[in-house]
Ligand binder design. Structure first.
Ligand code: ATP
Ligand code: MG
Length: 427
């Protein structure tokens, strides 16, 4: 016998845990619909070049974290480490960006070869949105409002805070980069090894460093905000006005740069102090150059991604885990001779009451163990069919969470179960 275990950092989600996921997914579908977003699904596996050429050759993702391998025809393929570039590739390839704006969302697994720890997995899940074709700060503000509404719906607003920054245009970043390199060269003795390497490859990322020994030096470094081009500065000022107008609180963090290369202008992160080291829940920004870089017409765009595992950890600070969707009724069968009829009846019940969630007992068990199973299933009612009920053409119904007991004819039963489903639908 061999026993094979899941790959490190890749977690199973079992029925006892699925309630949180179903709950979140329902809320996210409502939320995106409330802002006019449509779902997009693209493959989990993409050509490696898609990521290596766009995410940034010096980014953590590309240098250390990608699951890349050769397939059987020696093509280099990569399990997607993030959702944006696949989404842009798909939108371009399917022609849905041509002369039109689009609001899309996605949800699914992402893969990064990182050191597994709390809040950091090798297969994790992201939900994200992307809005294409809208250049102004209004869509930036609306997207941030969408995320703020999500925290509200989930009851976690008081655990989470917003930081924003503007990265400006490529030209502004070039000017800033020159000033930054000059500054870092003056302070080269304070730079750690990683940062010294980045000095020639991606000096902006040095600002992202969390090394406490470099903190003071970094705080005094030239700030990108002081180098912003006029248009980006105006965009950023308008965004702040709009956020103020909507009553969304934020702080401007001039050192917020994001790990990926493709961002321009607005960037933002929602963070928490309450989950330990992995405190970023949701991160996003504008990426006006990416569509063109991938061969499309120049198209302004903005999006964000949030980590569902970290979000669920955050929700657990406030709420018990959600219970998975449970059956309305458990069908208890007493006596061998009822099994055949019950299977037929159960099918007829599902025909007559399509919303009914009915769990039928299988395998002959004692009445006692069937009621135990019924209870454990979470069902509210037991439907009971014994030989007496069969003869009398009735079904007994027992409320497993209360005192209600009844004997119903077939028509009465259908009406009763229909009513339960109706009430369930209306919350
Ligand atoms: P970090 O600084 O934590 O490494 P990141 O900048 O790499 O984050 P993004 O690429 O912006 O993260 O991804 C957006 C969100 O996805 C993160 O804010 C986080 O919630 C989630 N996330 C990223 N990497 C992981 C991971 N390895 N495990 C679980 N969630 C993750
Ligand atoms: Mg990371």
């Amino acid at each position: 016998m061999i026993q094979i275990q899941a790959i490190r950092g890749m977690h199973d989600i079992v029925p006892a845990q699925i309630g949180d996921w179903q709950y979140l997914e329902t809320i996210l579908r409502q939320l995106t619909a409330a802002y006019g977003y449509q779902e997009i699904r693209s493959p989990i596996l993409e050509a490696t070049a898609l990521f290596s050429r766009t995410v940034g050759e010096e980014s953590d993702i590309v240098t250390k974290e990608m699951y890349t391998f050769s397939d059987r025809s020696n093509e280099s393929v990569t399990l997607r480490p993030e959702g944006t570039v696949g989404c842009v590739r798909a939108a371009l390839e399917q022609g849905i960006l041509f002369k039109q704006s689009q609001r899309v969302w996605y949800m699914g697994p992402m893969f990064r070869y990182e050191r597994p720890q709390k809040g950091r997995l090798r297969q994790f899940h992201q939900f994200g949105v992307e809005a294409f074709g809208m250049p102004g700060p209004d869509i930036d503000a609306e997207i941030i409002a969408l995320t703020a509404r999500l925290w509200q719906l989930l009851g976690v607003s008081d655990h989470i805070y917003l930081e924003i920054n503007s990265l400006g245009t490529a030209e502004a970043r070039t000017l800033h980069r020159e000033a930054l390199v000059a500054y870092f060269n003056k302070n080269v003795d304070v730079l750690d090894e990683d940062s010294q390497r980045r000095l020639t490859t991606n000096p902006l990322r040095i600002l992202d460093s969390k090394n406490p020994a470099m903190r003071d030096m970094l705080n005094a470094a030239p700030a990108l905000l002081d180098y912003l081009d006029e248009e980006s500065a105006a965009h950023f000022a308008q965004l702040q006005q709009m956020l103020d107008g909507m009553g969304i609180k934020y702080t401007v963090n001039p050192r917020l740069v994001r790990g990926l290369d493709y961002y321009t202008k607005t960037v933002f992160e929602w963070m928490t102090h309450d989950l330990g080291a992995q405190g970023t829940i949701c991160a996003g920004g504008r990426y006006d150059g990416l569509v063109e870089q991938l061969g499309g017409e120049a198209t302004p765009a903005i999006g964000f991604a949030l980590g569902l595992e970290r979000l669920i950890d955050l929700i657990h600070l406030k709420h018990e885990p959600q219970v998975a969707i449970q059956p309305h009724a458990y069908f208890v069968l007493l006596g061998e001779s009822t099994v055949q009829s019950a299977l037929v009846m159960a099918e007829r019940l599902r025909n007559s009451v399509p919303a009914l969630r009915l769990l039928t007992n299988t395998g002959s068990n004692s009445a006692k163990s069937q009621f135990k199973r019924a209870d454990k299933s979470g069902a509210r009612f037991a439907l009971i069919l014994g030989e007496d009920e069969m003869k009398a053409n009735i079904i007994a119904v027992k409320d497993l969470r209360g005192d209600f007991n009844a004997q119903f004819s077939w028509d009465e039963l259908i009406q009763f179960l229909g009513g339960i489903c109706e009430r369930d639908r209306n919350g």
